[in-house]
Ligand binder design. Structure first.
Ligand SMILES: Nc1ncnc2c1ncn2[C@@H]1O[C@H](COP(=O)(O)OP(=O)(O)OP(=O)(O)O)[C@@H](O)[C@H]1O
Ligand SMILES: O=c1[nH]c(=O)c2[nH+]cn([C@@H]3O[C@H](COP(=O)(O)O)[C@@H](O)[C@H]3O)c2[nH]1
Ligand SMILES: NC(=O)CC[C@H](N)C(=O)O
Ligand SMILES: [Mg+2]
Length: 544
């Protein structure tokens, strides 16, 4: 439960906020993103949220798209109280159909064909308040993106048509006197060329939201919030990996409470080459963060011996992380005895981002478990129950690129800010087969060559994530006229915006061959190198 202080300082109390009610579309979070790109703060909540659940007043409400059909028996519907609340409403796709359906069940019908893809939208001028949604766009057709099977069969009472396409006579409608609008297309996707203008017209023009959401004010607010939450003496611990999220969260804590924040890095023996050393330099020397490195590499590597099943690897690593973290928390308390920082560690810092929050609060609920992610995601629960820790999550309202922006504002070096993500279970899930110290070393060296060459070629920032994996099957090679069996290194590099879908990066073939040559020449025990070209889906980014 959030405390009253947390609620008072929450961004929706400090910034004009547009609320998006999520009816389960894959695209809903993009609405929130686009609005924040316009510097308008926005939050997404499940469509089952009641007006009476809200402790704050949104400036406007957006009803998202969704997979259901409004006329089905168990279709989700918005709390009717929202429609009498007096704030402007914009229905998108399912949201438009919901607006029409609640005024007459015959208003929405199943179309004879799905309409999917581009359409040319022609806005119509009425010389009344309804023109505001397409303000500045009445000079001709504009390309929009559609994805629907149902449609309006007729206009609901009190509404007029404000835009049409060839297939959709009711592509956009508006209430003649109230600020209620509906659009059949999706403004949140980039295929709708003026989508951002439409969202701006709604949020700023119609709802009157101020465009004042920016990182510097977020930092000040967050530091104040953390200080009040933790009090004069409270201590906070946090697991820090050297990745962007935990580093940014740690730096924010350092700014807020100095040395009462204790960062702990667990050396699990499957980190990248020189990683612990580098993280220490960055966190301690450059950022002045109070960091303990818990060297548990032996414990992890011996526990991983003979484990082949990827899920078993992940579970073992996740559980061992918790054990070590609990031990470290107790050590920190002991070490602080008889110092000004003495006292129980009460708080636990997590680098949770908004996409994680969305996944757990979404109307659709968490998706099927493809793999056990967020190895340390289980950490707070067990630790909070066991040790009575309370959770602190300063990044829970932010998307990854916002976290990067925040990192820059906090003075974190660009190299770290743009660092590719690295999974908690590390190289262990990049070895296809059981993990041995020799194999970790080989994968680590190959990875280091690959990443260094990508950096030297100047393409690191074009790639979202890259790494080298090791296949424990051996391939036969010929080296110095002798038969030589060696492991297979699999290179993977992807581009993605949200890590939910991804494409293989298109390297120049000569460059790939150069990488391959260096790895085989410089890393003992490797006989061949391959490049994984599969996109996600059907593959995933990590291979286990
Ligand atoms: N070796 C580690 N030692 C301590 N904590 C870790 C370690 N590896 C992962 N964690 C914890 O697990 C969390 C989740 O890892 P995740 O990789 O998603 O985030 P990150 O490492 O902070 O950033 P990035 O996504 O850029 O790698 C981290 O924020 C950190 O709290
Ligand atoms: O902290 C983490 N703990 C994990 O257990 C984990 N598994 C995958 N990943 C990262 O998640 C993103 C998507 O990966 P997948 O396509 O393999 O599911 C990619 O960025 C992966 O590196 C993890 N991160
Ligand atoms: N994208 C959507 O919101 C689709 C709405 C509804 N399920 C339809 O097919 O028309
Ligand atoms: Mg990481």
């Amino acid at each position: 439960m959030a405390t009253s202080i947390e609620q008072a300082e929450a961004p929706h109390n400090s910034y004009d906020t547009i609320l998006t009610l999520d009816f389960g579309s894959q695209l809903t979070h993009l609405i929130t993103r686009r609005l924040r790109e316009l510097n308008v703060y926005s939050e997404m909540l499940p469509c089952t949220t009641k007006l009476s659940d809200l402790s704050w007043k949104p400036k406007g409400i957006i009803l998202s798209g969704g997979p259901a059909s409004v006329y089905e028996k168990d279709a989700p519907h918005a709390d009717p109280a929202f429609f009498d609340f007096g704030v402007p409403i914009l229905g998108i796709c399912y949201g438009l159909q919901e607006l029409a359906w609640r005024l007459g069940e015959d208003n929405v019908i199943a179309g004879t064909e799905r309409e999917y893809g581009h359409a040319d939208l022609v806005p119509q001028r009425h010389n009344s308040h309804v023109d505001r949604l397409f303000e500045g766009m009445h000079d001709g057709a504009t390309q929009v993106w559609m994805s629907h099977g149902d449609k309006l069969g007729q206009l609901p009472d009190g509404f007029c048509t404000i835009a049409t396409t060839q297939n959709s006579p009711y592509a956009s409608i508006a209430h003649e006197s109230k600020p209620i609008f509906g659009i059949q297309f999706h403004p949140e996707v980039t295929h709708t060329l003026r989508g951002t203008d439409i969202l701006k017209n709604f949020a700023v023009g119609i709802c009157g939201a101020q465009q004042n959401w920016k990182m510097t004010s977020f930092i000040d607010n967050e530091i104040t919030r953390v200080r009040r939450l933790v009090g004069e003496r409270g201590q906070v611990i946090g697991a820090v990996s050297g990745g962007v999220d935990s580093t940014v969260a740690a730096k924010l804590m350092k700014e807020a409470i100095g040395d009462r924040f204790h960062a702990v890095l667990v050396d699990n023996g499957v980190m990248r080459l020189n990683e612990c050393q580098q993280v220490k330099e960055t966190l301690v020397e450059h950022l002045g963060i109070n960091l303990t490195i818990a060297d548990a590499s032996e414990r992890f590597l011996s526990g991983l011996e003979g484990v082949v099943d990827p899920e078993k690897k992940r579970k073992f690593i996740g559980n061992t992380f918790i054990d070590i973290f609990e031990e470290e928390a107790i050590k920190i308390e002991k070490a602080a005895e008889n110092t000004p920082n003495a006292g129980k560690v009460e708080w636990f810092l997590q680098g949770t981002l908004y996409p994680d929050v969305i996944e757990s609060i979404s109307y659709k609920g968490p998706s099927a478990t493809i793999k056990t992610h967020h190895n340390v995601g289980g950490l707070p629960e067990r630790m909070m129950n066991g040790q009575g820790l309370k959770l602190i999550e300063p990044l829970r309202e932010l998307f990854k690129d916002e976290v990067r922006d925040l990192g820059r504002q906090l003075g974190i070096h660009e190299d770290l800010v743009m660092r590719h993500p690295f999974p908690g279970p590390g190289i262990a899930i990049r070895i296809l087969g059981d993990v041995t110290p020799e194999r970790v070393e080989i994968a680590r060296k190959a990875d280091h060559i690959f990443i260094s060459m990508i950096k030297e070629a100047g393409v690191y920032n074009e790639i979202s994530q890259a790494y080298a994996a090791l296949d424990t099957n051996k391939a036969v090679g010929v080296m110095g006229d002798k038969r030589q069996e060696g492991y297979i290194i699999i290179l993977r590099a992807v581009t993605t915006t949200d890590f939910m879908t991804a494409e293989a990066y298109k390297f120049d073939m000569d460059f790939l061959m150069k990488i391959s040559r260096r790895i085989v020449n410089e890393v003992d025990g490797v006989s061949c190198v391959t490049y994984n070209t599969t996109s996600k889906p059907p593959a995933t980014i990590e291979m286990q």
